[in-house]
Design a protein around this ligand. Structure first.
Ligand SMILES: Nc1ncnc2c1ncn2[C@@H]1O[C@H](COP(=O)(O)OP(=O)(O)O)[C@@H](O)[C@H]1O
Ligand SMILES: [Mg+2]
Length: 389
């Protein structure tokens, strides 16, 4: 502006000033259209973003900036009609520069009326958001990749855990079948076949549990006689140990009845026995003791009547440094393929779900006792089960 011009103030603003303002904006393409969509004005921003000089586009139809696809689908006309009808239209999409390259545009079209309310044209403001759009796309792609990776990891871990559990059951089935093929005593044969059937049913139970878990359903519970259950589980659990190891079970008569899913309890005991086996490196005796006990907060703050099932080994013991992580899903100190880190997290989840706990006593180099505390059915200690998911 020349030195003779009056300084800007609300009272000295003229149409020319507004024109200069619009012209000075370079980050936005600001131009006007007649009601049919022909370009009637052009600013510096429009020239910068779209690459056309004013003389090249004034008089042309706005559809010149649209992609062939959008032109064929009638998008330019639809946007103008929407603006004329609603007073305003907005759009985000691809537009073409003069040199044929595409840019991502955020577009607002407003209707302009004269004092009498007659439509005299349309104001169109376009912003080039290509950079932001590309960053968003990269972010979305990264997020999708991460989600996929997490899903694959969880899936891998889950199938690893399942394979581990199925493998234990298959070991039982195969070794019992091998023994059965050589057995000539009918009683022995019947007992081995019963073990095979039992392990097969547990496999079916395992898949049922997994499906229940996947469907996010409450586990079925029933009143369980622990003396009966542990008696029946002996053959099944001892089959999981190598010949060089023994399972010694001792449980008091008249154990309290408990209300739980028996399949889950068997799996928890099996997981504890398998850990004892691994800790003892294939040699020695694993003890399983069960007794009724009144707790007064002495084990994990529990009060009331409980059945305590202890699995005792004289293995490596547990390093105090990893005690806090034992129940974390996927925490394992075993080699790849030997441990999934899912055993204790199943035991923990199950115990909490029935209102009990798992208590660890361990001396490095001497051995470990894992105590599963289960509340007596109907007792004050029994709390309502929680959903697992
Ligand atoms: N009886 C035990 N003696 C020594 N360490 C144990 C015992 N039980 C569990 N652990 C430790 O806890 C870890 C987690 O056990 P778990 O969740 O069953 O997973 P995994 O057996 O697949 O490693 C084991 O890797 C091991 O380091
Ligand atoms: Mg384990």
């Amino acid at each position: 502006m020349s030195s003779q011009s009056a300084p800007l103030s609300p009272s000295t603003l003229t149409e020319r000033h507004y024109e200069l303002l619009v012209q000075a904006v370079v980050d936005y393409a600001i131009f006007m259209l007649d009601p049919d969509g022909h370009i009637v004005s052009w600013n510096a921003g429009a020239q910068r973003i779209k690459g056309y000089e004013a003389g090249e586009v004034i008089g042309q139809h706005v559809s010149v900036f649209y992609t062939d696809e959008d032109r064929h689908s009638g998008k330019p006309r639809q946007l103008i009609e929407r603006a004329l009808h609603d007073g305003r239209a907005q759009d985000e999409g691809w537009r073409m520069r003069k040199d044929g390259t595409r840019f991502r545009a955020l577009v607002v079209i407003d209707v302009i009326r004269d004092e009498a309310g007659m439509v005299i044209g349309l104001a169109k403001i376009t912003r080039d958001i290509t950079d932001r759009h590309e960053a968003d796309m990269r972010y979305d792609a990264l997020r999708a990749q991460l989600f996929q990776a997490q899903k694959l990891e969880a899936l891998g871990q889950l199938s690893g855990g399942m394979a581990h559990d199925f493998n234990n059951l298959l070991t039982i089935i195969l070794s019992a079948a091998k023994l059965a093929s050589r057995a000539n005593n009918p009683e022995r044969l019947a007992s081995l076949l019963a073990s095979i059937q039992d392990a097969g049913e547990r496999g079916a139970q395992l898949t049922r549990n997994l499906l229940t878990f996947a469907r996010c359903e409450q586990m079925p519970r029933r009143l369980v006689d622990l003396n009966e259950l542990l008696d029946a589980a002996y053959a099944f659990i001892s089959q999981a140990l190598p010949k060089t190891m023994k399972l010694q079970m001792r449980f008091a008569p008249g154990l309290y009845r408990v209300e739980l899913d028996p399949g889950q309890l068997e799996m928890a005991v099996l997981n504890l026995v398998l850990n004892a086996r691994d800790a003892m490196q294939g040699n020695g005796v694993v003890q399983l003791h069960a007794e009724n006990r009144t707790l007064h907060g002495d084990i994990d703050g529990l009060h009331g009547e409980f059945v305590l099932i202890s699995i005792i080994d004289h293995g490596t013991g547990i390093d105090p440094a990893i005690r806090a992580r034992l129940f974390e899903p996927f925490f394992t100190t075993k080699d790849i393929g030997k441990g999934t880190g899912l055993g204790l997290s199943q035991v923990y989840g199950f115990a909490r779900q029935v209102g009990g706990c798992v208590h660890v006593e361990s001396v490095p180099g001497q051995g470990t006792t894992m105590i599963l505390c289960l509340p007596m059915a109907g007792g004050e200690s029994a709390v309502a089960g929680v959903r697992t998911c």
